[in-house]
Design a protein around this ligand. Sequence first.
Ligand code: ADP
Length: 415
Amino acid sequence: MNVLVLNAGSATLKFQVVVTDADRIATDHDEKLIRGQIERIGGESVITLRLPDGSSRKRTAALRDLRAAVDWLVGFVTSTDSGTGLTARADLHAVGHRVVHGGEQFRNSVLVDEAVLRGIEENVELAPLHNPHNLRGIEAARAALGDGVPQVAVFDTAFHQTLPEHAYLYAIPYPLYRRHKVRRYGFHGTSHRSIAYRFRKLTGRARADVRIVTLHLGNGCSACAILGGESIDTSMGFTPLEGLVMGTRAGDIDAALLDYIGAKEGMSLPQVETMLNNQSGLLGISGLTNDMRDLLAEANELHDRRARLAIEMFCYRARKYVGSYLAGMGGADAVVFAGGVGENSPEIRARICEGLEWAGLRIDPAANQALVGGHEGRFSTPDAPLEAWVVPTDEELLIARDTYRVVCAVDAPKT
Ligand code: ADP
């Protein structure tokens, strides 16, 4: 089955075409035909393509909205120019959409029908910056491919719907949960699920035997405690703002600060929230950048004090979360790193692991150094009771596989 995977944002559309089916899933031979993104939708859009032969290409096109962008994309990937071998729109058999918020309705990936569209709509108030664009992505794909092509919604929150009540509730008056759905939802679920699945394949474990802490460290960052293959706690909360120090997000703070900062700085509450989302984290502390690569260069080569501090805070917070999840699960078998930082920075990984020797985590520096650029593997010493791994996340692949499974109604999508 040729699956078009779409991740629609406000002005950006990320995409991939994946060939998958039961045999390919079983033998891990899914084929990625093309991927890329369209940016600045609404004006002169910039299209970045990674073609099947591995080459990259940039183009521009005037794409007035998401519908025009999806239409252009479908036209391009089915043209001979794309090198995909697809020659007609009918060669795209299904579409898998990344949808950010599934609220409490969606615990699994689902075939999109009118009821599902209403469900996504109902969760718009929980994710006003994301769900509307995801809905428009679904409408655009319908318009481009017709009603006959099945579409599947894969939710970022779904994997965390297994959190127990004591982990997902905030300790605030209980009626707020009932009346306004105030609770921890967690995000990056498709990523944590993808990492856990790959980890169990690499280590030959059954799903029920997966007891790990996963760290998705990209521009957005989150930690997840996975016990028996299921998410039992995660660091992002009602929104993606909570938890770890991120590129531009503060992560955990004292809620009383919103009012205090607002009063002192003459800012409204929404302005303070924007500051906590967009001007905090690594960027806020360093005053320089949210990009970890640049920050490491500033810290190591130019000895910038605040760059060092930002990195220290990033690593310390991540280590604290690992420690708390080890306590929450009564120990774990591995800490697994992923995301742009987790997959590429041995230095950050080492600094997060430093001080976890008490828990049995001992790293092999040479193995750690070797794991960059998409390589997967273990970097703890062979005798370490708590292992350390790098397992690159592949959300698009999981979305494509879920799409196949849902459309063909083969077993429930599992980690
Ligand atoms: P997003 O969350 O936007 O998908 P990514 O997962 O691509 O982001 O991660 C982006 C982050 O990964 C950036 O901070 C970038 O600097 C960092 N990164 C990428 N390569 C390296 C590297 N070699 N060393 C340190 N950080 C890196």
